[in-house]
Design a protein around this ligand. Sequence first.
Ligand SMILES: Nc1ncnc2c1ncn2[C@@H]1O[C@H](COP(=O)(O)OP(=O)(O)OP(=O)(O)O)[C@@H](O)[C@H]1O
Ligand SMILES: [Mg+2]
Length: 315
Amino acid sequence: MRILRLNLAQLRCFESLSIVPAAGINLLQGANGSGKTSVLEALFLLSHGRSFRPGGSQALIRRGQVECTVYAELDEGSQTHRLGLARSAHGWQARIDAQPVSRLSSLLVHCAAICIEPGSHDLIAGPAEFRRRFMDWGVFHVEPAFLEAWQNYRRCLQQRNSLLRRNGDSAQLAVWEQGMDSAAVRLDEQRRAYLGRLRIQLLEHLARWLPELGAPMLRYQRGWAAETALIDVLAAHRIRDREQGHTRQGPHRADWLLGFEQAPERHQLSRGQTKLAALACLLAQFECFANSAARRRCCFWMTLLPSWIQPIWSK
Ligand SMILES: Nc1ncnc2c1ncn2[C@@H]1O[C@H](COP(=O)(O)OP(=O)(O)OP(=O)(O)O)[C@@H](O)[C@H]1O
Ligand SMILES: [Mg+2]
């Protein structure tokens, strides 16, 4: 994938902006507040359907306006696509080649952008949700069947949670638990396969960039008890889940963690080491994507070259 053109309208500080990036490396330079991160954010939106900055999607809309849009022309090797994404108080509207699409995911699958930004270290230091999103973005882009399994799982999970809150009986719960179980098996397999591929590149970067920490390792936690079928776990936890009003185990609670011989837990890493570990994860994800079966291209963006990257930049 190569971006031929990127247009923004009413997004952050921009009334309108059109960029025609060069092939290869592009540098954006400008004063503080001139909009560099906003350009990056627009590209991230087309790839992730959300911003990497706090404030929610409404914060993207230029003050005083009701809608922002991002438009990109992408060269995907054999074909060119035009992606359009608009955000208003009514939600997202997506178009591919001028045709409206009902699911945002149909658009996101065309654009793969990996971004290093000041909050990237949350990937290591932050809650499991960040790591799950990272993992699922990677699986989504290399495994076409992932989305269907995830949507099935989420639908069954929502139904089960709603029944838990309405005090639904066990027979009703069992219907949705069955659906969760079969989707969970597929999600778990796809995530494992993805992390298996990511691990090779990731551990290599970590060993090279953080040699002082000893051998690195990556642990995957699937979200429910090992060696037990999810359906049995769910059945056994109905009473507790009813009290809590939600399902506490399942692939929606999956996580993956990095550890090192000299720092087995992530909180034992320094701030700089945490950032380097996050950079290694993002770079490995980029490589995994580029080496996937379709050998598609991905863009890799970085906000201002941070000082903590300097020591490894030359390597
Ligand atoms: N919803 C909004 N409407 C209008 N302006 C906004 C909105 N959100 C942010 N801004 C402004 O957009 C400008 C561009 O911000 P951005 O973070 O993209 O700048 P930057 O070039 O990355 O700056 P820095 O070099 O400091 O990181 C800022 O002046 C910010 O205050
Ligand atoms: Mg910035």
